[in-house]
Design a protein around this ligand. Structure first.
Ligand SMILES: Cc1ncc(COP(=O)(O)O)c(C=O)c1O
Length: 459
């Protein structure tokens, strides 16, 4: 390495190298045997601290920070081996350093594919990715007629890096459409679901109840309970044509992995159509994690706007986009953009990721439902302790009897080297969350559910 490091930092780098050699050389079975253990062969080091971070980020045990990783495994600075059941921060579609993606990345670098460029000169891979996304939405069709079909997701705005910008871009399209179609309406209403998460943009946070004091009374945000058809009907009855858009996530990974019912989504489609409001599906969590690639297809609806991000590049580099019907195409070139949003190399990585999902569709389906079945057994084995299994396939929530139990379950999992998340910070929320990277195997699923069983027995 040509960079200059201090003596203690050289020790850190030695530790990283050793951890990497350890994790790369070990087979899945050996790694499973070591989950939760300290790997003593890795030399310890005095790792640098997080004191320069913002206060809210200086959480957790310093020794739990990442040292090296492979597939669904990682080793911490404290040299403990973890099994990651959440694909990083829900974005590493194929886990850490997937061999196919690594090989293609190396080939792409050798080929000289640029990391990034000006968004006015996107180049082959960015254009190819836009075509691929339309092709997935249109069940394989990409002839020019698709551009003429009104009810077709045929337009891609791909110049944005993060999901938050993608969500706010969708809202801008909805606002423009509202202005164009309903100029006489004095109030603009957005409907979403309680417990939603559409990113960190101001308006997206307003959708989940924040910043009420800075917005005018003309812009109304209504949140209803997921899957409550009565509330859905009431809100549409109350606001009618003042509604500009209805936002939802197919699986609410920020609200205990609640899966939306098909009936609810079909009713929402009917109601949005009846008042000419847009149906906006946020698939930042769900995209690339199901055999159909985009989960909206499971509801038999065509949304007006589809939002993609996170897993699209398998965590290589953030790249988000919205896909929508051509009649909504109202933004000017720089109205929604990120400097790194038209990047050729991340687009190439997204194409590789989509290729893997397409190739592995059957495996994703089989293993996803196997995992679901294994988790559901826990409801019968631990009645009164495990209340239900939520979500679908790999996006799953284990709902426990109450907040304390969920927090204790989470604490014990982390102690045993099983990395997962928990929603137990709001009244009534008591769910442990997993979203396995798609490299997961049957053995890993069996190992994990057995660990859950052991922990549940001890509660
Ligand atoms: C459903 C959903 N929408 C939007 C976002 C925001 O995406 P980003 O964090 O890339 O801005 C997230 C991120 O977690 C998400 O899960």
């Amino acid at each position: 390495m040509n960079l200059k490091f201090k003596q203690n930092e050289k020790k850190i780098i030695k530790s990283i190298n050793n951890a990497n050699v350890f994790i790369q050389r070990k087979k899945e079975k050996e790694l499973l045997e070591n989950v939760g253990k300290i790997i003593k062969s890795i030399p310890p080091a005095n790792f640098n601290d997080k004191k320069w971070f913002q206060k809210s980020f200086i959480t957790g045990n310093q020794r739990d920070d990442l040292l090296a990783s492979k597939g669904v495994f990682y080793i911490t600075e404290g040299r403990k081996l973890f099994l990651d059941t959440t694909a990083g921060h829900y974005q590493m579609t194929w886990g850490y350093n997937h061999p196919f993606l690594m090989k293609n990345l190396n080939d792409a670098l050798k080929m000289g594919i640029a990391w990034d460029c000006h968004s006015n000169i996107p180049g082959f891979f960015v254009k190819k990715l836009s075509e691929k996304i339309v092709q997935i939405c249109t069940y394989g069709k990409t002839d020019d007629n698709i551009l003429e079909i009104d009810n077709s997701l045929n337009t891609v705005l791909l110049g944005i890096a993060t999901g938050s910008v993608a969500c706010s871009t969708a809202m801008k399209l909805a606002l423009n459409y509202f202005k164009q179609q309903k100029r006489d309406k004095k109030k603009i209403v957005f409907v979403s679901l309680n417990g939603n998460y559409h990113g960190t943009d101001f308006l997206m946070q307003r959708l989940r109840g924040m910043w009420d004091w800075i917005f005018s009374e003309n812009l109304i945000f209504e949140a209803i309970e997921p899957n409550n058809i009565e509330e859905l009907n009431n809100v549409f009855k109350k606001h009618g044509e003042n509604i500009a858009g209805f936002f939802f996530e197919p699986v609410m990974m920020n609200r205990e992995a609640i899966l939306l019912d098909k009936d609810f989504v079909l009713e929402a489609r009917k109601l949005t159509k009846s008042v000419d409001a847009l149906m906006i599906v946020d698939e930042i969590q769900t995209c690339c994690w199901c055999p159909e690639i985009f989960m909206y297809k499971q509801f038999d609806v065509i949304p007006d706007i589809l939002i993609l991000g996170k897993g699209l590049t398998a965590g290589f580099h953030p790249l988000s986009c919205i896909v929508y019907k051509r009649k909504l195409d109202s933004l000017k070139q720089y109205d929604a953009i990120s400097t790194n949003g038209n990047a050729p190399l991340p687009s190439f990585m997204a194409l590789c990721c989509l290729h893997l999902v397409e190739k592995s569709a059957q495996k994703i389906k089989n293993l996803g439902s196997y995992y679901e079945k294994q988790l559901k057994k826990l409801v019968h084995e631990f009645p009164g302790l495990v209340t239900s299994i939520q979500g679908k396939g790999f996006l799953s929530g284990i709902k426990l009897r109450n907040q304390e139990t969920a927090l204790e379950f989470h604490r014990k999992c982390i102690k045993k080297g099983i990395w997962l998340r928990v929603h137990a910070y709001y009244q009534g929320h008591s769910t442990a969350l997993t979203k396995f990277a798609l490299v997961v195997s049957k053995n890993i699923i069996d190992f994990t559910t057995e660990k859950f069983r052991e922990i549940l027995k001890s509660l």
